[in-house]
Design a binder for this molecule. Structure first.
Ligand code: SAM
Length: 221
């Protein structure tokens, strides 16, 4: 799976993507992540990616041209790109990301993510994208953290990325929004008088599986 991330702060991603599972996934060529500096898509001499809003109001707004130019450069313009390529705008006004959304998006080969800053985007940017995603009902300073969240959660669905491919099937939210993972334990068997449930030490897979089903937590919304 390939990710293209459009941002005015390319360096933010380095540390997160250069570690752990995402790093291994890139080394194994299961995942490719390309970061594109939106300033390279700005044609004026100041490489401006933002400007004052028409009609007045606080703050600055992300300009449409640098975003369009960058999408064009990477072959992500809506009318020209492949059906297996999804362009996503990260915005608090988007649909909230759920595990169901992640599963649906995991079918695409290329995901392009556009990170905003300041007071958001020129409204015409919305017409350049396939969908808009929010990572929750709160406002962050920029779209970079949401982009990392989307890449991280989608990478888990790429075959071979997790050590154990069954993991993603059994995870919280994979069956329904209410179903969370069962309790897990590892060594030691006793910690401050709290014991691991004996059934998990029994070696009886049938009983363990029944116990896990019974103890799955549920989320009340
Ligand atoms: N004034 C904007 C509004 O009320 O929607 C907030 C803009 S926010 C400070 C700057 C950028 O951060 C947004 O354009 C978006 O790309 C990103 N962002 C902030 N919160 C987000 C969220 N919950 N989900 C996804 N992206 C978010």
């Amino acid at each position: 799976m390939r990710f293209d991330i459009l941002t005015i702060f390319p360096k933010i991603f380095q540390s997160y993507f250069d570690d752990s599972i995402i790093k291994r996934a890139q080394n194994k060529k299961l995942v490719t992540i390309k970061i594109h500096d939106l300033r390279d898509g700005a044609k004026d001499k100041h490489r401006a990616t933002d400007d004052r809003p028409y009609g007045g109001g606080p703050g600055m707004v992300m300009k449409v041209e640098p975003i369009y130019n960058t999408l064009k450069k990477i072959g992500a313009v809506k009318s020209k790109k492949a059906a297996s390529h999804r362009v996503i705008l990260l915005t608090p006004q988007g649909n909230t990301l759920t595990q169901k959304t992640v599963k649906r998006l995991s079918k695409y080969k290329i995901i392009t993510l556009i990170c905003g800053r300041y007071e958001g985007f020129d409204e015409r940017v919305r017409s350049l994208v396939d969908e808009q995603i929010s990572i929750g009902d709160y406002v962050l300073t920029g779209g970079e953290l949401p982009a990392m969240v989307v890449v991280d959660t989608l990478a888990r669905f790429v075959p071979g990325v997790l050590g154990h491919d069954g993991s993603v099937k059994d995870e919280s939210f994979s069956k329904s929004l209410q179903t969370l993972e069962y309790p897990q334990y590892t060594r030691p068997e006793i910690f401050r008088r709290k014991r691991v449930p004996p059934i998990l030490l029994s070696g009886n897979h049938q009983l363990i599986s029944e116990w896990r089903k019974k103890h799955q937590r549920t989320k009340h919304r």
